[in-house]
Ligand binder design. Structure first.
Ligand code: PLP
Length: 398
């Protein structure tokens, strides 16, 4: 590689892929009668529900709104205590605060960086029944959490489960019966959420989805998505005529426009191809770093449990290195924009203000000290990936 072509490199850690079909789909919607709340919303919901294998899907304005609708539908309020992981995007925790609930973090499993179910069990079992309301596990990096283990714990203690599947559309884990359980299919979690932010698998700019198999929760999500207003004649307390509607709860405007659902529908058709490419990229990284001293990769949940099979969705490809800051800066000098996921949520000033401190979750903090997410997106070329691998190896002296 010449000095010149190296200088032109600009390789982010993630990026969207928009093709002509996507553009056409948006243009057609712009020329239709509906910019929002038209036919594309329901079509996107139906296609997405079938993609993940859930009964119901509710499309919303972003993944954070999706999380908020979940905590609202589950009745989180003042005094509700909800457990989640510190290694996640802060929205996974914030949705509890929006409803006035308390966030309780539990530490991660160092091999996978996923919320450690045994740590959650210790927390739950140290308190009387009813102390906690629910758990929000996150399929961090696209690595599916073993939701069956969380469900068993949740059932013993009457807790609900929200799966934050923002990183894992198309991912799956294998349950104890040997059945593949796709992320967001509603088999073990009460609700699951997805995000369509540009770095995620399916990009609509802003956008999100909630999936569930629970009809009662589904109806609540619909109500809270649109101001708490219903026109459903079966739900109305009165009926004054054709114009009549009722605001029955304090809801929000968390709707997503038709244009974006058209984009999402178009992107969804390439989701499997994108996922296959992500897995291919991960395999190349895995092989390149397997024998390199000084670089550690994360285990899949199945590897960590030494059983089953995991269909990792590879939103991120994370490595751990001792001199993370050095590597981050070195890669930037060469046009490679690696990123850190995540700064532990409990160390954010806001959560420290609620009583958390550095040192509270040692596994999460030592993970944070070493982690770096390398470029991972379907349009990353083989040549670009080789360049990234070469620079990483050069830095660690391999
Ligand atoms: C992206 C993301 C969200 C929030 O999604 P937005 O669409 O950006 O609001 C929630 N949880 C996780 C783990 C995420 O990565």
């Amino acid at each position: 590689m010449t000095q010149n072509s190296e200088l032109k490199m600009h390789i982010p850690y993630g990026r969207q892929h928009i093709n002509d079909a996507d553009i056409q789909a948006v243009v057609e919607t712009l020329q239709s009668d509906f910019l929002t709340q038209g036919p594309k919303v329901a079509q996107f919901e139906e296609a997405f529900a079938s993609y993940v294998g859930a009964k119901y899907a509710v499309a919303v304005s972003n993944g954070t709104a999706a999380l908020h609708l979940c905590t609202l539908a589950l009745g989180v309020g003042q005094g509700s205590r909800v457990i989640t992981t510190p290694i996640t995007f802060v929205a996974s925790a914030n949705c509890v605060r929006y409803c006035g609930g308390e966030v309780e973090f539990a530490d991660i499993d160092p091999e996978t960086a996923l919320l450690n179910v045994e740590k959650v069990r210790q927390l739950v079992e140290s308190k009387p029944k009813g102390h906690y309301a629910g758990i929000i596990p996150v399929d961090f990096a696209g690595n599916p959490v073993n939701l069956e283990a969380f469900r068993n714990l949740a059932d013993e203690h009457e807790l609900w489960l929200i799966e934050d599947a923002a990183h894992s559309p198309g991912g799956y884990f294998t349950d104890s019966r040997g059945e593949r359980q796709h992320c967001g299919n509603g088999r073990y979690a009460d609700l699951a959420i997805f995000s369509f932010h540009p770095v995620k698998h399916i990009a609509t700019g802003e956008g999100g989805m909630v999936t569930t198999n629970d009809e009662a929760l589904y109806k609540k999500l619909l109500l809270y998505r649109t101001h708490g207003i219903t026109r459903d004649t079966e739900l109305l307390e009165e009926n004054h005529g054709g114009w009549y509607m009722e605001m029955q709860e304090l809801g929000y405007n968390y709707r997503i426009p038709d244009m974006l659902c058209a984009l999402g529908l178009s992107q969804l058709q390439r989701a499997d191809a994108g996922l296959a490419r992500r897995r291919g990229i991960a395999k190349v990284y895995d092989e390149a770093f397997a024998a390199v001293q000084g670089i550690e990769t994360l285990a899949t949940a199945a590897e960590a449990l030494q059983g089953g099979e995991t269909g990792h969705a590879y939103h991120l490809y994370v490595i751990k290195v001792a001199d993370r800051k050095g590597l981050y800066n070195f890669l930037r000098e060469h046009g490679i924009y690696a990123q850190v996921h995540y700064i532990p949520a409990h160390t954010m000033p806001y959560y420290r203000g609620l009583g958390y401190s550095k040192g509270d979750f040692p596994e999460a903090e030592s993970y944070y000290a070493a982690c770096l997410s390398l470029p991972m997106y379907p349009t990353l070329t083989q040549q670009e990936q080789e360049f990234v691998i070469g620079k990483v190896k050069e830095f660690v002296g391999a």
